[in-house]
Design a protein around this ligand. Structure first.
Ligand SMILES: Cc1cc2nc3c(=O)[nH]c(=O)nc-3n(C[C@H](O)[C@H](O)[C@H](O)COP(=O)(O)OP(=O)(O)OC[C@H]3O[C@@H](n4cnc5c(N)ncnc54)[C@H](O)[C@@H]3O)c2cc1C
Length: 340
């Protein structure tokens, strides 16, 4: 969609990795790289064609069937198979963005996190960012810049001018000497390079918490638990939310008041799930004080645990839709809104 929209000076509200399926990403909400400016991808859907669990093909819009329309968007893949989505695009052809990486061994990760959180306090909605802490394995397949290093990166996407972008990121650049800095003006078609997510399938367990605010001391403890001293590898991503994400929309994407999303991803190469879950419980426990819930799109392997995915009102609405449109519970990955 990114490639098809670009010649028209338009962009979809895609996430960090181009390989992720459009439909499932959007049904789970869809937290994109321009999220603070434009909200969730689900907020921009105009219609869905869906074969619901009762075997009926339906063309669903906000007018034709408001309840089903709203429940499908944010409700995840629980009610049927979506065969077509009509989505609104945004007039974005270029941006100023990239990532700036610091060495988490020579600069205190907690201090970098504190600096990052302070930096986010006065940002315009046109700037969306996240922090990532990642210990790269010491393997010859990696370039020397990454090999064995513990990097704390801040990823930025800003739709304003390059000059304004340079001005806004200056305090970030002043936090510590950078290991690498890819911030630049780029066409939107290069926006996947901001995160440079792996483009191959890989096995890991992941979970997330949506927080009303970020207690940087508590989040610093989470970083310490999951950093280079941990028994296995973990990737931590901390997304700055707010802006358009906090505005109400007629769909089932929950926890809109969240100011932050904290994610921990743990590869399962040689580590058993029980050990990873135990570490996650301790790490997420550190930031539980401001917890609103969990994010459906980032409950990798954890969607069997519906706790926190929806607030009570949304869960009730979704359970009603489940009974009406998938009475036999054909779609059983139902995040606690149907019988499992
Ligand atoms: C590298 C990577 C980066 C990511 N970045 C982001 C991000 O920036 N923002 C974000 O919000 N999320 C992100 N995600 C999460 C992603 O949105 C979810 O994992 C999403 O569910 C992936 O969808 P998929 O179709 O690729 O996966 P699948 O595992 O194939 O599908 C997920 C679920 O959706 C169902 N499904 C798939 N297609 C349909 C359909 N047409 N109709 C009904 N149900 C369907 C499947 O049956 C399955 O239950 C990322 C994931 C990865 C792996």
């Amino acid at each position: 969609v990114v490639e098809a929209a670009a010649p028209h000076g338009l962009a979809p509200l895609n996430g960090s990795a181009p390989g992720v399926g459009v439909v499932s990403y959007t049904l789970g909400g869809g937290l994109g790289i321009l999220a603070r400016q434009f909200g969730y991808a689900a907020d921009h859907v105009r219609s869905l064609d869906v074969v619901t669990g009762d075997g009926t093909l339906r063309h669903v819009t906000a007018d034709s069937d408001p309840e089903l329309f709203q429940g499908l968007l944010g409700g995840g893949a629980t009610l049927g198979v979506v065969t077509e989505l009509e989505i609104g695009l945004v007039p974005v052809a270029r941006l100023y963005g990239g990532a700036i990486a610091f060495d988490g061994r020579t600069t205190d990760p907690a201090a970098l996190l504190r600096g990052y959180e302070q930096w986010t306090r006065n940002l315009p909605e046109e700037l969306t960012s996240s922090l990532c802490a990642l210990l790269y394995p010491d393997i010859p397949q990696l370039p020397p810049l990454l090999r064995g290093r513990y990097l704390i990166s801040v990823r930025v996407a800003f739709t304003g001018t390059r000059a304004e972008g340079e001005r806004l990121v200056a305090p970030l650049r002043a936090l510590a000497p950078a290991v690498s800095d890819t911030l630049r003006e780029m066409p939107y078609t290069e926006s996947h390079t901001i995160h440079s997510d792996p483009d191959f399938p890989h096995a890991y367990y992941g979970d997330s918490v949506l927080l009303s605010g970020l207690d940087v001391d508590a989040a610093g403890e989470l970083l310490a638990l999951t950093g280079p001293d941990a028994d296995s590898m973990h990737v931590v991503q901390i997304n700055h939310l707010g802006g358009a994400l906090a505005r109400p929309a007629k769909n089932a994407v929950p926890h809109r008041g969240a100011g932050w999303l904290v994610r921990v991803l743990s590869p399962l190469d040689g580590t058993d799930v029980a050990t990873v879950r135990e570490l996650h419980a301790r790490a997420f426990g550190r930031v539980a004080g401001q917890r609103l819930g969990r994010s459906l799109n980032f409950a990798f392997g954890g969607a069997d645990r519906p706790e926190g995915l929806y607030d009570a009102k949304t869960r009730k609405r979704l359970a009603g839709l489940k009974v009406a449109y998938d009475p036999a519970n054909l779609f059983r990955r139902s995040y606690g809104v149907g019988a499992s």
